[in-house]
Design a protein around this ligand. Structure first.
Ligand SMILES: O=C(O)C(=O)C[C@]1(C(=O)O)C=C[C@@H](O)C=C1
Length: 342
């Protein structure tokens, strides 16, 4: 009998479902607004909760209260309710008001989503907010997330929202500003500094819509963070406009980034860069291995023609980059054929 009940099968719910399957954790899901595969679909709340230990509420933050009210009459003390919202003060308040001491509950925020899960990005981190009303709830949530391969960070709801206001909310704000101003979309080429931002722009563009508003509106620290950023940007804009056409080094000094006032950091030794790259190569191998496992679970083994094509593309890439195609193919043969890696 599935031990996990998933309420909400939107973008995050579906991605979480795939993660549960990969960890061999049985689940049942309910979402009146989504087409659910027959094998996991629950037609009613009692059916959804039957045998469940964990009830994961994966619905947009503004719908939390209503969903909790619908669950409440069916919850028993052995259930643990956890939310996965991108903000924490409001969902925790809602769980406190609606569920109180009746059933254990805990606020959590997985710091990953459909895009990062699809690319098997690691580490997967989750913020869990310990709940004084139900002291066992956070350790139970921790065990659940650790079984999925996540690292758990404990934080108060307010501490979480303060950090998210300065990070998540501002990043989405800047990215949406760039999208809405018409720049930064499908550019033919871009410098490295922009490439880092383009991933965020992609996230904002693929957002279901409610995520952006939840991150901004449901976090009471976000407005102030946005205002501070806008003021800082206006001041920089004014300072730039006030610079003479040919500015002296002394005149531009004030524009230097504060952290760089004492000069840029010393370039690192080549050896350190190689270590860093090797670390990234090993991380990429781990992600590749996870994706290959997913692929083999979902599809029949690759036909010889498919494997041949795979090596052919790697050879072509090697050639493009000035590497020996034979040697690169040999490396990929090892990667593909090694049982613990490919
Ligand atoms: O991986 C993705 O698809 C995400 O968008 C993940 C992402 C983000 O990085 O903004 C989105 C919302 C969550 O609250 C946390 C992480």
């Amino acid at each position: 009998m599935p031990k996990i009940a998933l309420v909400g099968y939107g973008r995050f719910g579906r991605a979480l479902g795939a993660l549960l399957e990969a960890a061999d954790l049985g689940y049942r899901a309910m979402d009146p607004g989504a087409a659910l595969p027959e094998a996991i679909r629950a037609g009613s709340v009692p059916e959804l909760l039957e045998g469940a230990e964990l009830v994961v509420v994966a619905v947009p933050v503004p719908q939390m209260r209503e969903v909790l009210l619908a669950l409440k009459p069916h919850l028993r003390p052995e259930h643990l309710v956890l939310d996965v919202g991108s903000v924490k003060v409001k969902p925790v308040e809602a769980m406190k008001q609606v569920l109180g001491a009746q059933a254990p509950w805990v606020g959590t925020h997985p710091l990953f989503g459909p895009l990062s899960l699809a690319m098997a990005e690691r580490p997967m981190r989750v913020v869990v907010c310990p709940n004084p009303l139900h002291p066992d709830a956070a350790p139970r949530a921790r065990r659940f997330y650790e079984a999925l391969g996540c690292e758990v960070i404990e934080q108060t709801p307010e501490g979480h929202d303060r950090v998210m206001a300065e990070t998540h909310a501002l990043t989405f704000f800047v990215a949406k500003g760039m999208v809405d101003s018409g720049v930064a979309v499908d550019v033919p080429f871009a410098p490295a500094s922009f490439k880092a931002l383009s991933r965020t722009i992609e996230t904002v563009r693929s957002d279901a819509g409610h995520l952006f508003t939840a991150i901004q509106q449901e976090n009471r620290f976000a407005t102030q963070a946005r205002e501070r950023l806008l003021e800082a940007l206006q001041a920089i804009h004014r300072d730039l406009a006030a610079l003479p056409a040919v500015a002296s080094a002394r005149q531009t000094e004030g524009m230097a980034l504060p952290g760089l006032a004492s000069g840029p950091p010393e370039p690192r030794e080549t050896r350190e860069h190689i270590d860093q790259l090797d670390r990234e190569l090993v991380e990429l191998l781990a992600r590749r291995s996870e994706l290959a496992r997913r692929q083999s679970r979902a599809h029949a083994p690759e036909e010889p023609a498919g494997t041949k094509a795979l090596f052919a593309t790697r050879r072509a890439w090697a050639k493009e980059l000035g590497l020996d195609p034979e040697e690169v193919e040999a490396l990929f043969r090892i990667i593909v054929e090694a049982p613990g890696v490919g």
